[in-house]
Design a protein around this ligand. Structure first.
Ligand code: HPA
Length: 278
């Protein structure tokens, strides 16, 4: 297999999925750690385990079910990824973008991307939702960009703009949906780190200095690939833990998954409200 993802590989997967579904999905949804249960609300669902799709990257992380759920949510045709892969699992940074490429070839115009994140903003607490206004692609600054390698000119430009990575109209939809549902919605900058180790207190002081409100190990590669292909993006973080700025509170994956249970009902309400407005 090529070192980089190719149009042939993308289109093989796209055709396989197209052969199994009856609806034309328009909106992609990526559900992060502990947030997968939203997929259970999808109606008329066709379920495809990732393992049934040759070359589809499979997650090894607890809390990621690993299947596609394609159907309707709020009567909108959706393509839901229940679980995702991360760079720290050993995948190439370019491979992280493969599912988004397939969504684009299937004709999806918008992507809702969610994650579990640590709060860096001092006022943000576990259980909060944070609308992603912008991101910092820290690994990207030293060469780890999902668009590394030959540009797929059929899909997008060599040097894609990132001035509005997160769609402003969709941000407005999310604010309205949150208000309607009585859910408090924080806002801020999400910083992507490669992980898998959590941050040291000094890492976190650095991240706060460069403008981080939340930190996590996903979302940014998918967003960059989405924007490269002209897909509109809405990003929402579920704050799962308070980042360990004082050095006295250890962070664990268990607390990340536990917080998901508080976050899911709020996230579900906001996403449903956004879908109704899309
Ligand atoms: N740091 C990085 N990634 C995370 C965190 C965190 O505190 N919580 C959930 N994902």
């Amino acid at each position: 297999m090529s070192e980089f993802i190719t149009l042939e590989q993308i289109d093989q997967i796209t055709e396989l999925i197209r052969g199994k579904i009856k609806i034309q999905p328009e909106i992609g949804l990526i559900l992060g750690s502990g947030l997968g249960s939203l997929a259970e609300a999808v109606e008329e669902a066709v379920i495809i385990p990732y393992a049934d799709i040759p070359t589809w990257p499979v997650s090894t992380v607890v809390g990621h079910a690993g299947r596609l759920v394609i159907g309707r949510l709020e009567n909108k045709p959706v393509f839901v990824m229940q679980g995702r892969i991360h760079y720290y699992e050993g995948y190439k940074i370019t491979t992280i973008g493969l599912p988004v490429r397939v969504m684009q070839r299937l004709g999806i115009h918008s992507l809702i991307v969610t994650n579990a994140a640590g709060a860096v903003h001092p006022d943000y607490v576990p259980g909060d939702l944070m609308l992603i206004i912008d991101h910092v692609n820290l690994p990207g600054m030293s060469g780890l960009n999902p668009l590394y390698g030959p540009n797929l000119d059929d899909l997008g430009p060599r040097f894609p703009d990132m001035s509005q990575a997160y769609d402003r109209k969709y941000q407005q939809f999310a604010r309205q949906a949150a208000q309607e549902a009585g859910v408090e919605l924080r806002e801020g900058v999400y910083v992507f780190l490669s992980g898998p180790s959590f941050e040291s207190p000094a890492d976190l002081r650095f991240l706060r200095t460069i403008g981080a409100d939340a930190v996590g190990m996903s979302t940014v590669p998918e967003t960059i690939v989405a924007r490269h292909g002209g897909t509109r993006v809405l990003g929402i973080s579920g704050i799962s833990n308070k980042a360990n700025l004082d050095g006295n509170t250890p962070t664990s994956h268990e607390e990340v998954l536990e917080a998901g249970q508080v976050i899911v009902p709020k996230l579900t309400a906001v996403i449903r409200g956004v879908l109704r407005r899309m």
